[in-house]
Design a protein around this ligand. Sequence first.
Ligand code: NAD
Length: 401
Amino acid sequence: MRSYGIWLVGACGGVSTTLACGLSALQREAIPPSGLVSSSPIFDGVQLPPLKSLVLGGHEIRDESLVSAARQIARDNGSLSIELLETVQDDLEQIDGRIEPGVLFNSGPAISGLEGLHDQVNFTDPRLALERILVDLNRFKEENRLDEVVVVFVASTEPAPEPHPAHEVSSKLEEHLAAGDGTPFLASTLYAMAAARLGCPFLNFTPSPGALLPAIAQLLEEAAVPFMGSDGKTGETLVKSALAPMFKYRNLKILSWQGYNLLGDRDGEILAHEANRSTKVASKDQLLRDYLGYPLHSKVTIDYVPSLGDNKTAWDFIHFEGFLGHRMSLQFTWQGCDSILAAPLVIDLARMLLLAKLRQESGPQPHLSLFFKSPFGGDEHDLHRQFHLLGDYLASARDAS
Ligand SMILES: NC(=O)c1ccc[n+]([C@@H]2O[C@H](COP(=O)([O-])OP(=O)(O)OC[C@H]3O[C@@H](n4cnc5c(N)ncnc54)[C@H](O)[C@@H]3O)[C@@H](O)[C@H]2O)c1
């Protein structure tokens, strides 16, 4: 049987740990595939890499293991049960053997200040940082005899990089790398460059702009690999992209859309820093303006509430105008467990990018817009139309097989 690797950057974070536990339980047929879009009927007859063919590895900057990260989630959050941890313990130990110290590079004070960092993660020369990533990825591929590897950036949200001319053109970025000038690079940029170097599909599940700079997209295109991002659409923005079309279809004019997000956990702690939060807020706020095409008052706020753990609460207030200019409102409260919502999507996206690579497709994958807050290069934000895009792609993949 062919085997495929998923390389998780941020391997012991909440999303990755939940993914590792869930994938192991799925491979052991210990749980049903709830929440996996790729197990729903629209995928019938599509030759996706089977769940049992997937092998996990990754990079992590903290001196942490999946086993202890999973125990902590079970204790603090309850989204992973003790029974589940007993079922998957052996698999987690094996994956822990394939997790390597990651790379910190211009990552900003919030990430560099995380507790328990490995002592081998600090780099000042981007060539050495990239070399480390390439060595680890190559070893993962060879030792596990993998046919393909998809690189998934699911690490903490980075601040936006300082604008730099090399961000626009791949050859300029390569020149700065060759000269050992680290100024234009963030850690995410280097991970994406490594994917391009090795011909691996690349997924940016985070809002971090450094991962899919225009120059990086060019490099990935030149390497003829499929890629997609940015920022998984799992909660408030998912509901937004389902509801905004309803107002548009019925010609109800949205005047204001105000959203308050409360979240705890490490992700919330990082987003408590203004520089990191602003990349997330921009990603969450962009959809309405792009989709509605008229000005409105909108604001997204994110507050860190430690006791919530991974259980996020979003309250949205939508003020709209109907016939005779009469004003009305809709409110919703979303209470979701972030990693439980995100982890299956990462599995779906990894399988889809591997499928695209096997079909010799390359470049951005607009049929995956459904999964993102800021779909790369895409101006389609209507959830219903995004679902049709995916359906059309799957029909063509089914016909070709
Ligand atoms: N619903 C969701 O959970 C959701 C949705 C969309 C996007 N995201 C994004 O996914 C990312 C991960 O979310 P999470 O809840 O797992 O966060 P987390 O803080 O639990 O995990 C992030 C992990 O990345 C590690 N890390 C940071 N920088 C690194 C680097 N340079 N190299 C290797 N590892 C590094 C951290 O040590 C941590 O273990 C965040 O950027 C988040 O905004 C999450």
